[in-house]
Ligand binder design. Structure first.
Ligand SMILES: Nc1ncnc2c1ncn2[C@@H]1O[C@H](COP(=O)(O)OP(=O)(O)OP(=O)(O)O)[C@@H](O)[C@H]1O
Ligand SMILES: [Mg+2]
Length: 433
């Protein structure tokens, strides 16, 4: 929460605390029932609060010794244990952790996930003060393709130079699982330590249920402004945030809402956390997305069409108080590098993981998407040139200016196995749309 002189009241504290718990209503209901409590704080006072996002830990006063016991240990999980847990989670999205065990972690989000500790010989459940080190997300829909796609998006982002989480894909009980290394745990020398983090709704003191801008959540301007004011090195961190926004455009990550960006608090220093929860709609097409295509507004609307228009890069730069020319160059660099980087990451997948993907379809759509961004970049450059003042004069572009017709937009190609392509568009198409 934003630092201030006095204590926070109940409403603000509850908003912050609730954001530490899962967002899946049935999963939450199940946890309430299992622990026999009825409030978020009551839930965190059970052992669920022992391991949360960031450095906070919760426990009842009579259990304090459990948390202060630094020798508290790890229970190894066999491959059968893992298969059983993943099978149960794959069958039921409301299944988080095991029903028959006392849950000792909490994480936000809609996807069911478990937090475990990785040891040199395999996975383990931590107890007491021992932290979890990884987040495991089994994916049930689309035959598990989403588990591979989340890993691919993060690995590709890293390959093109973005600061994104370290991920992998594992199979347990035949189900693919995205394995995500926690950036809020580290082991500088000796024991594991927790690093504090807050997602952007928590940091801004907002209700975490309102995460999408179209639902009242914060947009890129609000987040960028907050980062300019609080980050130790705002220029670096706001550019990292811009990278996330551009990455969402290139890979069509419709879920890049405010809670999918976090801040790390290291002592009194505030830094942007690595990019995480990187999804992509490219494997599925983007048909019938309607108005709420993107989680944040790029320019005047949420639609990918406007998001890809040449106006939007100037708009994004203006909202983030970044030089327009930097954003244009960065968009070009990323769009240019992404296709080859993803191809390389796909080649590095196990045959089992690769077998879940429509590799050609994914790469084809990514290529078309990259071309669309490249054409947007060109149009932006031409626009700056037309204005005649060079890059600097475009920096103050008004977010409310109209769209330029030479952008790129989403086209639906019904002939392509019912899957839409994301195509650069000519002025003629614009006129007839
Ligand atoms: N690598 C990580 N290290 C530390 N914390 C993380 C990491 N990845 C995710 N988190 C935390 O866990 C929360 C939930 O993770 P994530 O966003 O991956 O879940 P999700 O269920 O896919 O989310 P959504 O509801 O957006 O679909 C995040 O908001 C963040 O606080
Ligand atoms: Mg998320």
């Amino acid at each position: 929460m934003p630092l201030r002189g006095g204590p926070y009241g109940e409403a603000a504290t509850s908003r912050w605390i609730s954001s530490l718990l899962p967002d899946h209503p049935r999963a939450l209901e199940r946890w309430y029932k299992k622990e026999g409590v009825s409030s978020p704080f009551g839930l965190l006072a059970s052992r669920i609060g022992y391991d949360c996002a960031g450095a906070v830990q919760f426990c009842r006063p009579d259990r304090l010794s459990e948390l202060s016991d630094r020798s508290s240990g790890l229970t190894p999980l066999t491959s059968e244990d893992m298969a059983e847990r993943v099978n149960a989670m794959a069958e039921d999205p409301a299944q988080w952790d095991s029903d028959d065990l006392e849950s000792c972690y909490s994480l936000a989000g809609f996807q069911n996930k478990m937090a475990l500790h990785r040891t040199p010989i395999g996975w383990a459940r931590p107890h007491g003060s021992a932290p979890t080190t990884h987040i495991l997300k089994p994916r049930h829909r689309d035959g598990g393709q989403a588990a591979v796609v989340e890993h691919l998006c993060a690995a590709t982002a890293r390959r093109v130079g973005l600061d994104a989480v370290v991920t992998d894909v594992e199979f347990h009980g035949g189900h693919p699982v995205t394995v995500v290394q926690r950036y809020d745990r580290h082991r500088p020398d000796g024991p594991w330590r927790r690093r504090h983090q807050e997602d952007m709704c928590q940091a801004l003191g907002l209700d975490g249920r309102r995460r999408h801008e179209w639902d009242g959540g914060p947009g890129m301007g609000v987040i960028g402004d907050f980062m300019h004011r609080h980050c130790l090195d705002p220029d670096t961190d706001v550019r990292k945030f811009a990278d996330g926004l551009l990455w969402a455009l290139i890979t069509v990550n419709r879920d890049a809402h405010a809670r999918n960006y976090s801040l790390l608090l290291l002592g009194r220093e505030v830094h942007m956390a690595p990019l995480y929860d990187l999804q992509s709609s490219l494997p599925y097409g983007v048909k019938h997305l309607g108005e709420r295509e993107m989680a944040m507004r790029y320019g005047s609307t949420y639609s990918l069409y406007s998001a890809s228009s040449n106006h939007s890069l100037a708009d994004v730069a203006a909202r983030l108080s970044l030089p327009t020319i930097w954003l244009i160059d960065r968009a070009e660099e990323l769009a240019h590098a992404t296709h080859e980087a993803m191809r390389a990451e796909i080649e590095g997948l196990s045959a089992e993981a690769r077998g879940l993907l429509d590799v050609d379809g994914l790469l084809e759509r990514l290529n078309i998407r990259a071309k669309a961004i490249a054409s947007t970049v060109e149009a932006n450059r031409a626009r700056i040139h037309r204005r005649g003042g060079g890059p600097a004069s475009d920096d103050a572009a008004s977010p409310d200016e109209g769209l330029d017709a030479a952008g790129a937009r989403v086209m639906f190609d019904e002939s392509h196995s019912g899957t839409e392509l994301l195509l650069p568009e000519s002025d003629e198409d614009e006129a007839s749309a």
